[in-house]
Design a binder for this molecule. Structure first.
Ligand code: NAI
Length: 563
């Protein structure tokens, strides 16, 4: 029998009492239902738990305190990650309560940068399966396999093939840490129900030979599939999940960019999906940029934006900036694209390289002579905005940053590469080398920096600001397709939430502590676009914000009734 606890939010009761069929050890072993020492006496009797847990009934707040005491006793971030994941596997309500309360401190553990380390060591720190694995060798079984998932409803699927994990490259099946972490952020950030999330790893092999040779590696020990076979696996996966959960949102995550773009093109008009590395990154970076422009008092159309790195993130951000410049400053597509310059591992992306360029770079090729060196390009292009998405640490050297400052009063510099060790420069460097004039945001978090007696709080261009709200909007308002306009609306909503005080401290993105409110507003913005464009299958509720907030999961122990 299906425990109705997994559906209880649909009832929207103020004080729901959940009918639960499990008892004793089975109840304590179900992470979605377990309360551990939090079971009150009445439930210990009703569910045969008396004696199976220590006699003291502990409040959830005291349980949170115990978790954090243990957390602080660990001596490395990887150990802290393992500690939190163990809790995730034991008691999800408590896990999310802890995450929600300590979101600023714990996001860098459950997500970047620590999740990168967890993925690198995945086979070694593995305790227990979470999510689903679809491997190339099991392709004929995909449609049957989806029925092995115990939950009847799935709202959000995050799927990766582990081919481009953060800035760490091909980690094969070890990439599973990413969908797990992202979905935890969906729950904590936007209140998606934990039981309605599904992390997925598509195992299509790995070209990481060291991993294939590691005896504790858990994936298929084969080289990555050739393109045709790869796309067949993805197609079978999409068909399989659609056959069971036709309305579920599929978030493509950390696919190498030779596959990320074609996948998005193929599926964006076919199923409810998006690519976070392309579209989510675009939206959060645009939000940071819009905040920076409030400080300089300049329009988007007056900027020259140089991307160092021309992969998925660069293309996603560039397209979002272009869409915004067209929508709000009235530029033509050509004029908007002209604001953007890109450099990749071979130098400036120019017309002269056109036949050798990957398709996603071609729209941004300028008619300029070749140039290899970042410093030269800055001297020539005189960008007002420099965005690092190259995974090349230290690429934004002191001369580079000083050159940016030489021609711009407030250079906007966003070293976005993750994890921290891959960042093109640190916050400390950017603030010091510009004497505090830089408008800065990074991919991984940095601590506040003091320059000339002023304290600057670096903002983090964390996709966490965008994807949970977009996903929550999509599932709450039964949206059929995710469009670029929705990401644009999300970016504007996010930028609008940055207060003057925050800007004065140099923080271009809001405080993460307000993530639930931000996500609710982004969900509404996405819903508005969908209702205006006829992209939902439901009738418009009178008050979208209340409608979303009522449907957010809040991690607390609700009373159980034995059935
Ligand atoms: P990608 O692999 O698609 O692109 C990397 C690009 O860097 C390629 O165009 C490559 O040619 C270029 N590159 C490599 N070496 C270079 C060099 N020496 N000089 C100039 N360019 C060079 O990777 P993707 O998805 O675009 O991600 C890039 C970085 O951005 C990663 O570290 C990722 O973690 C980070 N990122 C950060 C986000 C955020 O902060 N919100 C979101 C998405 C990605």
């Amino acid at each position: 029998m299906q425990d109705p606890v997994r559906r209880h939010h649909i009832d929207l009761q103020d004080d729901p009492i959940l009918p639960v069929s499990k008892r004793g050890k089975a109840l304590l072993s179900d992470p979605l239902l377990n309360k551990g020492t939090g079971f009150p006496d009445s439930e210990r009797d009703a569910f045969g738990i008396r004696g199976l847990v220590p006699p003291q009934v502990v409040s959830i707040d005291d349980q949170v305190q115990r978790v954090m005491e243990n957390f602080h006793r660990k001596d490395s971030d990887l150990e802290r990650y393992i500690h939190l994941e163990a809790l995730h596997d034991r008691n999800e309500t408590l896990y999310y309560r802890v995450l929600l309360k300590y979101i600023r401190e714990l996001t860098p553990i459950v997500y970047t940068p620590t999740v990168g380390k967890a993925c690198q060591h995945f086979g070694h720190i593995y305790r227990r399966a979470r999510g689903m694995y679809f491997s190339a060798g099991e392709l004929p079984y995909f449609t049957d396999m989806v029925h092995n998932w115990p939950e009847p409803e799935v709202d959000v699927i995050v799927v990766t093939d582990g081919s481009r994990i953060l800035g760490l490259g091909d980690l094969g099946a070890n990439g599973m840490g990413i969908p797990i972490g992202k979905l935890a952020l969906y729950v904590v950030g936007a209140g998606v129900y934990p039981c309605k999330t599904l992390p997925v790893l598509l195992d299509v092999g790995t070209d990481n030979v060291a991993l294939r040779d590691d005896p504790l590696y858990l994936g298929e020990r084969i080289p990555r599939l050739a393109d045709d076979a790869f796309f067949e696996v993805v197609e079978s996966f999409v068909t399989a999940v659609q056959s069971r959960w036709p309305e579920a949102l599929i978030q493509f995550e950390d696919f190498s960019n030779n596959h990320a773009f074609p996948l998005l093109e193929r599926y964006r008009d076919m199923v409810l999906c998006f690519n976070d590395d392309i579209q989510g990154t675009g939206a959060v970076t645009l939000a940071g940029l819009l905040s920076a422009l409030r400080v300089c008092g300049e329009p988007l159309s007056a900027q020259r934006v140089l991307f160092f790195g021309a992969g998925s993130a660069a293309r996603g951000i560039a397209d979002t900036i272009v869409a915004a410049a067209m929508a709000q400053d009235g530029l033509s597509l050509d004029a908007a694209r002209h604001l953007i310059w890109m450099m990749d591992s071979e130098g400036l992306v120019t017309q002269e390289r056109l036949d050798r360029l990957a398709p996603h770079k071609r729209d941004y090729a300028h008619n300029e002579p070749p140039a290899q060196d970042l410093l030269d390009v800055i001297g020539h292009v005189k960008p007002t905005v420099l965005i690092g998405v190259s995974k090349q640490p230290d690429a934004f050297s002191e001369p580079v940053i000083r050159e940016m400052h030489r021609h711009t009063r407030h250079p906007i510099i966003f070293p976005l590469s993750n994890p921290t060790a891959k960042a093109e420069c640190t916050a400390e460097q950017a603030y010091h080398w510009t004497n505090g004039a830089v408008l800065f945001a990074s991919g991984s978090p940095f601590k506040p920096v003091t320059v000339g007696g002023r304290i600057f709080v670096p903002g983090q261009c964390n996709n966490l600001y965008i994807f949970p709200g977009v996903g929550m909007g999509a599932v709450t308002f039964r949206i059929r397709r995710i469009t670029d306009q929705m990401f644009l609306a999300a970016a504007r909503t996010l930028a609008d939430q940055v207060g003057e005080e925050s800007l004065a401290a140099g923080r271009l993105l809001p405080d993460l502590g307000a993530i639930r409110e931000l996500s609710a507003r982004i969900a509404v913005a996405v819903g508005e676009v969908a209702f205006n464009e006829g992209l939902t299958t439901m009738k418009r509720p009178p008050d979208l914000l209340t409608y979303v907030k009522q449907r957010m999961f809040y991690p607390s122990y609700v009373p159980y009734e034995a059935v």
